[in-house]
Ligand binder design. Structure first.
Ligand code: TA6
Length: 284
């Protein structure tokens, strides 16, 4: 059976290639992607998986805010870091495709917390193909009279053998980025190769290429393509990871986050308007 589920997870298996993906209903968090016989997602062995905290690893869904809450509007200011989608329990809506080309399921987010009084529909489509994992966030403003503002991001933790050996390319020269390590300083990317030489936490804004490559320095890597999403956060905490209670020891050397999102500002949807944010992760 290519799609199986239990009360906590749903698993897609592509029998011809042996690829598989596991998704927790909690946060619609992808927690495992096996491709070419290898685990491609980092999941901290110290992560809680009991719905008491966001999952540390895989692909948490960040919505409707990215990072710490803004100072206003009040219902956004009251949210927790990265919003609530990653701690909601989603449900399976439909198996959309089950063929040799790929297997695809759609999950639906429950309504928002009562204090966040906005109407929208949020769906997440996860598609497993032999060499690719595609995750699409579909948002519709279902209000008939009010605009809806949001930020969204797919916070992937890509498994790598050694973060210090990575070569990250595809960021266009001249793109602005907010360097959170420098207190949010706005910088301009000088082009070339980004390497991880210490804590790295940058929000690249409006990336024209919409395609980032990670060479893992060991003959493999990833390509992350996106559309709808325009920004890309690149994060690896290095030793600062020690201060995260749910980060396994040395875990920061075993992943890189290349996170497509719409996060440099709030995006506004008119009544009835839809947004699609997609990431396509390919193993190189
Ligand atoms: O996307 C990068 C980031 O916003 C970092 O600043 C870092 O804090 C990370 O996400 C993890 O956030 P979390 O709330 O999961 O600890």
């Amino acid at each position: 059976m290519p799609v199986t589920q239990n009360e906590k997870t749903i698993t897609l298996k592509h029998e011809q290639s042996g690829s598989s993906v596991e998704i927790y209903f909690f946060g619609a968090t992808v927690t495992s992607w096996i491709q070419g016989g290898k685990e491609r997602m980092f999941l901290s062995s110290k992560s809680t998986l009991d719905a008491s905290k966001p999952i540390r690893g895989g692909i948490p869904v960040v919505f409707p805010i990215f990072g710490p809450p803004p100072s206003s509007p009040p219902e956004y200011a009251a949210l927790s870091q990265h919003g609530f989608a990653r701690t909601q329990t989603w449900t399976l809506d439909k198996i959309l495709m089950d063929r040799e080309e790929g297997i695809s399921v759609r999950l639906l987010a429950p309504p928002p917390p009562a204090s966040f009084n906005h109407s929208y529909k949020l769906a997440y489509v996860i598609t497993l193909a032999p060499h690719q994992l595609v995750t699409d966030l579909h948002l519709t403003n279902t209000s008939s009279s009010e605009n809806f503002i949001f930020q969204a991001l797919l916070h992937n933790y890509l498994a790598v053998p050694d973060a210090n050996k990575l070569q990250i390319t595809g960021l266009d020269k001249g793109v602005d980025y907010k360097d959170k390590v420098l207190g949010g300083k706005l910088c301009t990317w000088e082009g070339g190769v980004l390497t991880i030489e210490g804590e790295t936490d940058r929000v690249y804004q409006k990336v024209p290429s919409q395609e980032i490559k990670v060479d893992d320095g060991a003959g493999s890597g990833f390509k992350v393509r996106f559309r709808g999403f325009e920004d890309c956060t690149i994060w690896n905490p290095q030793e600062k990871g020690k201060s995260m209670a749910d980060m396994e020891d040395g875990g920061w050397d075993r992943y890189i986050c290349i996170e497509p999102g719409f996060v440099r500002e709030f995006k506004s949807l008119k009544p009835g308007e839809e947004f699609l944010g997609q990431q396509v992760i390919t193993v190189l």
